[in-house]
Design a protein. Sequence first.
Length: 311
Amino acid sequence: MEDHSNRTRLAKLLRFFSSNSDTEQTSLAEYVERMKEKQEHIYFIAGSSRQEVERSPFVERLLKKGYEVLYLIEAVDEYCIQSLPEFEGKKFQNAAKEGLKLDASEKAKERREAQEKEFEPLLTWMKDDALKDKIEKAVITERLTTSPSALVASQFGWSGNMERIMKAQAYQKANDPNNQFYANQKKTLEINPRHPLIKELKRRVEESKDDQTTKDLAMVLFETATLRSGFAVPDTADFAGRVERMLRLSMNIGLDEKIEDEPEEEDAGDEEKEDEDTDDENDDSSAETNDEAEEEEEKATEHHTHDENEL
């Protein structure tokens, strides 16, 4: 697709899997023919497998509203699409990046503004306190329906799929400034205001925003969103520790309850010494047995000699 003079002709040859069919691939021209009325973008999501992209939180609302989504499951697919600014006047929209707009009606706009006002304390607390320096901002989602949250890349940042591909490059330059720029772009945390976890977190923040358990919940929510969105968790040990604390609280186990000590075992050196002592005792016992046997043999020889002399 780097052949700019033939880019349009080459684009017509591209084939991708999509939500329209479980088995058949589609061309971009066929996708455009099936587009909904007033649909302005060609939607796509990239991942390592069809199962991964189908279950991605980024396509939940798109699929629910009946939009077709291209599934880019080959490593080269996302590179290819990024080099295409548009196709037949329709721009491409990565479902995992900022810029996804699905509800443009006045009613939807009013509802979103009301939600933003209602959840403003939670959004501000996440950005400035619980997740400070980890996210660019926290906003109300337009793309989620069943997931509580998702981590959305900026237009100039890498998606989770692209980040995975770039980190796997065998010959990438160490500390390449270009790669560092894309990799270090802060991401946006989108939350689903209809999800019970988000509602409960909002209630807890309103009651006590400095509570450590509430902060841990926000961090676990962020880290699970990171994984669900295809990114890697930077500190897996901290993540595991927070999950363990959540498990302890859910099972009414005290956070300070200690792990049961293991039973003490004899030192290997002592065991070796005992073995040596046992071997010595066995040797002494064997020696005594041998001495006794030799004495009996001598007595038997003497007795036999005495009998011969008498004869």
